[in-house]
Design a protein around this ligand. Structure first.
Ligand code: NAI
Length: 345
């Protein structure tokens, strides 16, 4: 039986990087039945719906989505489709692993951080209004239920994956009630996991600490907005936004998408790095229980980054998006795998 997956190519660089990921996934030898849908401005043009009901039905059915970035108008226009999908399917945990691939010249070559971001509330609740002309109110919603749920997700992940430390990141010195609630819930959950060291850092200090020495952290647990900002900061440790995948996870379904956006500066030029979405595909395969195929992709990525011949420009190469994908696919061929194994010491 093929794996049924809802595919949302997105816009900007979305269709290019997603096509690369789909080709790599199919080259693993697994079978997929893709249910492909537009969302956002493109969907509105075609169906007068930003999130077509057929797309909602599809995710409800397949319970697994692979999604490209979707642009959100700045300061006006329709609300974020990304946020709406996360809320609609209660994808409360945003899991963002930040790790180096071999041979990318970065200041910190051995970063291995996990960011756990609460995905459904905080300032991203989108509840804003103009009180009187010139005065606007934007509400930060925090609930005990969501703060406890995301804390438990983080500690469970740490326990299952032998991670040692979790830092809750906050601004409870200023937002005493909302971030205070987040900390109270995290502390309460931490008591059930005595083997995991629990710490707390204020978000502005965290940014400085990360840039000085990212190795001091293991897992970072935070509310929505801080998670969004700190993920981009951490992407810089491992080669930039073209490198970092994420999974939006709920109790009933999961949507995998890169941390990056639509990169309008690169769109349509075959310049974008598809590594982030290929790593999303890898996370998706683990979620589907296809660990062997996920490992195949991971090894091929490592091999292509080690040889450095076919990298994209953002990480110092000259290859285009599709040429990079070709080289990942070639690295998955049995002869390439055998040759790499023979070369190992
Ligand atoms: P962006 O992530 O699209 O781009 C930021 C910088 O990173 C740009 O210089 C871009 O060229 C570079 N970059 C991003 N992805 C790359 C890749 N795969 N390979 C090489 N370089 C890459 O962020 P920006 O410009 O702030 O946002 C553009 C649009 O994307 C906005 O409409 C925003 O709302 C949307 N967005 C959507 C997201 C999603 O769908 N999950 C997430 C973030 C932003």
């Amino acid at each position: 039986m093929p794996h049924q997956i809802t595919l949302i190519p997105g816009d900007g660089i979305g269709p290019e990087v997603m096509q690369a990921a789909v080709r790599v996934l199919e080259a693993t030898g697994l079978k997929f039945a893709w249910e492909t849908y537009a969302a956002g401005a493109e969907a509105y043009e075609k169906y007068q719906e930003y999130i077509p009901s057929a797309l909602i039905d599809s995710i409800g059915r397949t319970r697994v989505g692979l999604k490209g970035p979707i642009s959100t108008p700045i300061g006006h226009g329709f609300p974020s489709i990304n946020v709406a999908l996360r809320k609609r399917f209660e994808l409360y945990a945003n899991f963002r692993p930040i790790s180096n691939l071999s041979h990318i010249p970065t200041r910190y070559p051995q970063v291995d951080l996990i960011i756990i971001r609460e995905n459904t509330e905080g300032l991203y609740s989108g509840i804003e209004h103009e009180v009187v002309p010139g005065v606007v109110e934007s509400l930060k919603i925090m609930t005990e239920k969501a703060c406890t749920r995301i804390s438990r997700f983080a500690f469970e992940y740490a326990r299952k994956n032998q991670r040692k430390k979790i830092h809750a990141i906050h601004k409870a010195n200023i937002m005493k009630l909302s971030d205070g609630l987040f900390l109270r819930c995290a502390r309460e959950v931490a008591k059930g996991y005595p083997e995991i060291t629990y710490g707390e850092h204020i978000v502005d200090n965290t940014c400085m600490q990360l840039v000085m020495n990212p190795y001091q952290y293991d897992m970072l647990l935070m509310e929505n907005l801080y998670g969004d900002i700190i993920s981009d900061l951490c992407a810089a440790f491992v080669g930039g936004l073209g490198m970092v995948p994420s999974a939006n996870l709920g109790d009933h379904c999961a949507i995998f998408e890169a941390v990056h956006g639509t990169a309008p500066d690169l769109a349509g030029k075959d310049l974008a790095n598809p590594t982030a979405v290929i790593r999303c595909a890898e996370l998706m395969l683990h979620h589907l229980g296809e660990h062997g195929a996920a490992l195949k992709i991971q090894n091929a990525l490592e091999m292509v980054y080690r040889t450095r011949d076919k990298l994209t420009r953002d990480v110092g190469g000259k290859a285009g998006t599709s040429e990079f994908a070709d080289s990942i696919i070639a690295a998955m061929e049995p002869e390439a795998v055998a040759a790499a194994q023979n070369r190992r010491p």
